[in-house]
Design a protein around this ligand. Structure first.
Ligand code: 3HC
Length: 311
């Protein structure tokens, strides 16, 4: 693309104009959005697995109903996001192939196991809490279809976070064993939740350009800090201890200082060697095979209906 085209596009971005599917856009803008939106969609779909393992073991009908509703929501979020990505010229089949072949990523957090019922509370509270922090910013993303998908997703995420936090309130007000379960879940999900925001400044290859194009409104570290500042008081309200000995409030900056994130663990999990990566991908590939007949039937029905309407 020539300089004049790129400059004119940047002017539109700087003027806070929304870019729509049929607008002329730099190839790099299109590509990075397909990358981010499709991986966001993959995250929603893979994220259904750890929670799905607990539907038959929910402790009450009310908890089961809330968990079912949350998991169905996540599937819907995946649908909105795949549809938003398709407006950029990539097909659902291509994106699915990229996931199944391992070419595409999904959020590292879903490669950790949900070992106890308290984990379902911690996932709602911390994982959806982190997702909300990230997705509120994405509501102001320069690409129209992505920003609009986020507005509805954020409304549903706040229900997800509230039901997770309520599970932990119940456990923390329960027996000693229940409170220990909640503390154990926080111990295992705290650091992986911080990793959801992505690498720190130096390691974030896309941030600078994504900020210029207003796909990203804050740096990974800024959003991570916002999340920590909002979440530590919630842990204190539960009477739980955040598993970071270096966490301490800095009055001057009105925020928490925290310990170092284990980036070796982060990259190991992102690159496929986390606790559950193989299981998540094995399950996703299995359901792709088992669900083929549904897709074929739906496509055959759509073709017949189109032929009838065309006749
Ligand atoms: N897990 C896996 N990969 C990650 C990651 C993580 N936690 N954090 C970063 N990465 C990857 C990036 O995708 C990129 O790899 P790629 O070039 O192959 O895509 C690489 O690490 C470098 O990271 P960057 O910071 O340069 O990449 P981005 O600018 O894309 O920032 C991001 C990463 C903040 C995750 C951004 O992509 C983003 O905001 N994505 C949309 C939000 C999202 O995907 N959230 C998933 C959370 S789970 C969820 O929403 C479900 C909830 O309902 C429970």
């Amino acid at each position: 693309e020539d300089e004049a085209f790129l400059a004119a596009f940047q002017e539109r971005i700087d003027a806070e104009q929304k870019i729509e599917p049929n607008d002329p856009m730099p190839e790099g803008y299109r590509k990075t959005l397909i990358r981010q939106i499709s991986q966001h969609a993959h995250s929603e779909i893979i994220g259904m697995q750890p929670e799905g393992n607990w539907i038959t073991r929910a402790p009450s009908l009310r908890r089961k109903a809330a968990l079912l509703a949350k998991i169905q929501d996540e599937g819907g979020h995946g649908l909105y996001l795949y549809s938003a990505a398709e407006t950029l010229g990539v097909s659902r089949e291509e994106m699915t192939e990229q996931l199944l072949s391992g070419a595409a990523k999904y959020s590292s957090i879903f490669n950790y196991p949900a070992l106890t019922w308290a984990d379902i509370g911690a996932i709602g509270w911390l994982v959806d809490g982190a997702a909300i922090m990230n997705q509120i910013a994405l509501c102001r993303c320069s690409y129209g279809p992505y920003a609009r998908a986020m507005i509805r997703i954020c409304k549903e995420e706040s229900f997800h976070q509230r039901q997770g936090y309520e599970i932990l309130i119940t456990l923390c007000n329960g027996s000693d064993e229940q409170k220990e379960m909640a503390q154990d879940a926080l111990n295992r999900f705290w650091w992986p939740s911080l990793m959801m925001f992505g690498p720190s400044e130096g390691e974030s290859v896309h941030s600078q350009q994504s900020m210029l194009w207003k796909i990203k409104r804050f740096s990974n570290d800024d959003l991570r800090d916002k999340f920590i500042n909002a979440t530590v008081p919630q842990a204190e309200f539960l009477g739980l201890k955040v598993p970071d000995p270096e966490l301490k409030w800095d009055e001057k900056k009105q925020g928490y200082d925290h310990g170092d994130i284990d980036w070796d663990e982060f990259w190991r999990v992102v690159k496929g060697d986390g606790p559950c990566n193989r299981e998540r991908m094995r399950t996703r590939r299995k359901v792709e095979r088992e669900g083929a007949w549904v897709r074929e039937a739906a496509l055959a029905y759509a073709e017949k209906r189109a032929a009838r309407e065309a006749a």
